[in-house]
Structure formats: structure tokens, C-alpha cells
Design a protein around this ligand. Structure first.
Ligand code: NAD
Length: 298
């Protein structure tokens, strides 16, 4: 079935996601504030719209892929009026759980339907349509969005009510941030004890230390040839994005009064590290900060 989709935010992620919907035969009306992003999407079959309002006015589904919660709430303020009643709003950005719930409320209050559906899989997954979506909202909304999500990705999981998709995203990435620091600290400790990277890898990757941060995104060069450590830590998953996601997790930890000391500490360490390297380094490059002993001051 052909769906008319308004796609707002055609950046690193949104551009290829919108292109994959167009390639699958959907009518995709795209908008981005940056003309170059709009042009690139137009070259991939997306119909460029001069404004978000114009893009949504004829859409069955509005998908957004924006930097942060304030952009999503700003967009909803602009387009909830011009959209047709009952339009399904699917926000795929990674944003604060509280902002996601506020976006749902604003949409539903004016007769729209809403889903939060952040992704994991990065730019490579967006291009190859292998993203994983984690969705929050009603069963009916999820069932309706599912074919579109599965066109842009390989898996879509319904996690619960409004905000549950964002909750799953930040909980997962808190595991990842903490485990990358743990793996990095273990390699640096091993170095100080005269243990080779390969020996520690061979043991831990088949023992109880096994995790994604070790066996797929190994922070030292050698044991996992495809990991960013082997290409001078070019991303991959940029340090700045990990810092952002851990910041969102830390907000939720504080708001919920949760005793998550490692999650909060990981957020601090990644914030300091990302301030230095931004999006130039993969998040596994934090091993060098730990080795250099400048984790505290960084
Ligand atoms: P990006 O900066 O490349 O793209 C965001 C786009 O939104 C930009 O092109 C910007 O011009 C546009 N934009 C901002 N405000 C707008 C508005 N009001 N109307 C129209 N366009 C607007 O960022 P990205 O890497 O594509 O990430 C998008 C979202 O996906 C973020 O929330 C990010 O955390 C999340 N995410 C990114 C990755 C990744 O690997 N890049 C992975 C998972 C999740």
C-alpha cells in the first residue's frame, strides 16, 4: 500500500531513511532547514517541500528525525494545525522521555495520533535499511506504522505506551556506555599487568566478560579487525552521540530518583571526552582518555 509520508529532518539519518521509503514506492514529501540536505533527498526520490507545514498538509504519516526534543516540540507546534485530523506522527529522533511524552500529549490533544520510535543502528543502518526501531504509543498506532518502520529497518519492537521507545533507547545506551568504559578500563589494567590485548580478548570474549563493547566494537586495535580502533577511532558511533544519549539517561535517572551511579558517572566521562573530540572519534576512543589518565580533567 502506498502511503503519503511527510519526512521532516533529512540529515545523516533522516536523508537515507526518507530515501528508502521513496525507493519502496511511498510518496515522500521531505523538508529540512538546510537546502543541501533537501537537494540530496530530492536526488533520491523525495519530493522537496518548501516548509514543514506544506509537507504535512497532505500526509497520512509525519515522520521526524531531528536533533533534540526542542526541535520536535517546535515542529509539532508548527504543524499540528495544518495536518489533517487523525494524522499519525512518528518521531524517530532520540529525545528526552519527558519531551516525547509532551509531544504525544500535544498531538493527541488536537485529534492526531502519535508514536515515539527512536532507532539504533546508526548511519550505516539508515542507509542499508537495517535499523532497529523501539516504539512507544498505542497498539493500533504501532501496527499502522510498522510496515513503514520495517521498510527503513530490519526490526521494530513495541515497548509500551508514550515515551517507552525513548526509555528503551536510553536504557540500552546506558548499558553500552557503561560497558564500553568497563571494557576499556580492563584493557588498560591488563596493559599495566603485562597482559596482551589478544590474550584478554580471547578469554573475556568467550567468558563472563563478553559484551557488544568487547566483541564487536573492541576499543583496542587487533582482536576485532572491523572495530573503529583499527582505523584510528573514526566513527562508528560518535562520542558526541554517546554523550548526548547518556545525558538523556542521566536526566531520567535524576528525575526518577534512581540509584544509577555508574550511569551518571559514564555520562560525566563521556560529556568531558566528547567536548574534546566531538563527532570526530568513535565512542570507543575513550580508552585513550583512560590510558592517558586524563579522564578526570578531560
Ligand atoms: P543531523 O544533524 O545530521 O540531522 C538533523 C537534521 O534536522 C539536520 O539536517 C537539520 O537541518 C534538520 N532540522 C533541524 N531542525 C529542523 C526543523 N525545524 N525543520 C526541518 N529540519 C530541521 O542528525 P542525525 O545524525 O541525522 O540525527 C538525527 C537524530 O537521530 C538525533 O536525534 C540523533 O540523536 C538520532 N540518532 C542518530 C544516530 C547517528 O548515528 N547519527 C544514531 C541513532 C540515533
Amino acid at each position: 500500500m502506498t502511503t503519503t509520508v511527510a519526512f521532516i529532518g533529512l540529515g545523516h539519518m533522516g536523508g537515507p531513511m526518507a530515501a528508502n521509503l521513496a525507493k519502496a514506492g511511498h510518496r515522500v514529501l521531505g523538508h529540512d532547514l538546510v537546502p543541501a540536505a533537501l537537494e540530496a533527498a530530492a536526488g533520491a526520490g523525495v519530493v522537496p517541500a518548501g516548509s514543514a507545514e506544506e509537507a504535512v498538509s497532505d500526509a497520512d504519516v509525519v515522520i521526524s528525525m531531528l536533533p533534540a526534543g526542542r526541535h520536535v516540540l517546535g515542529l509539532y507546534d508548527d504543524v499540528l494545525g495544518p495536518a489533517r485530523p487523525g494524522t499519525l506522527f512518528v518521531d524517530c529522533s532520540t529525545i528526552d522521555v519527558a519531551d516525547a511524552r509532551a509531544a504525544h500529549e500535544r498531538a493527541v490533544a488536537v485529534g492526531m495520533r502519535a508514536l515515539d520510535a527512536p532507532v539504533s543502528g546508526g548511519v550505516v543502518g539508515a542507509e542499508a535499511a537495517t535499523l532497529t526501531f523501539m516504539a512507544g504509543g498505542g497498539e493500533g498506532e504501532f501496527a499502522e506504522a510498522r510496515p513503514l518502520l520495517e521498510t527503513m529497518g530490519k526490526k521494530a519492537v513495541h515497548c509500551g505506551g508514550p515515551g517507552a521507545g525513548q526509555a528503551a533507547k536510553i536504557c540500552n545506551n546506558m548499558i553500552l556506555g557503561v560497558s564500553m568504559i568497563a571494557v576499556s578500563e580492563a584493557f588498560v589494567l591488563g596493559e599495566s599487568l603485562g597482559l596482551s590485548h589478544q590474550a584478554l580478548y580471547d578469554v573475556a570474549s568467550t567468558a563472563s566478560g563478553q559484551c557488544w563493547a568487547l566483541s564487536v566494537n573492541c576499543p583496542v586495535p587487533g582482536p576485532v579487525p572491523a572495530s573503529p580502533a583499527n582505523r584510528d577511532y573514526r566513527p562508528g558511533f560518535a562520542a558526541s552521540l554517546m554523550a548526548k544519549d547518556l545525558g538523556l539517561a542521566a536526566n531520567a535517572v535524576r528525575e526518577g530518583g534512581v540509584q544509577a551511579e555508574l550511569g551518571l558517572r559514564a555520562a560525566e566521562l563521556y560529556a568531558a571526552y566528547a567536548e574534546r573530540v566531538g563527532d570526530a572519534e568513535d565512542f570507543s576512543g575513550i580508552v585513550r582518555t583512560i590510558r592517558d589518565g586524563n579522564g578526570e580533567q578531560a
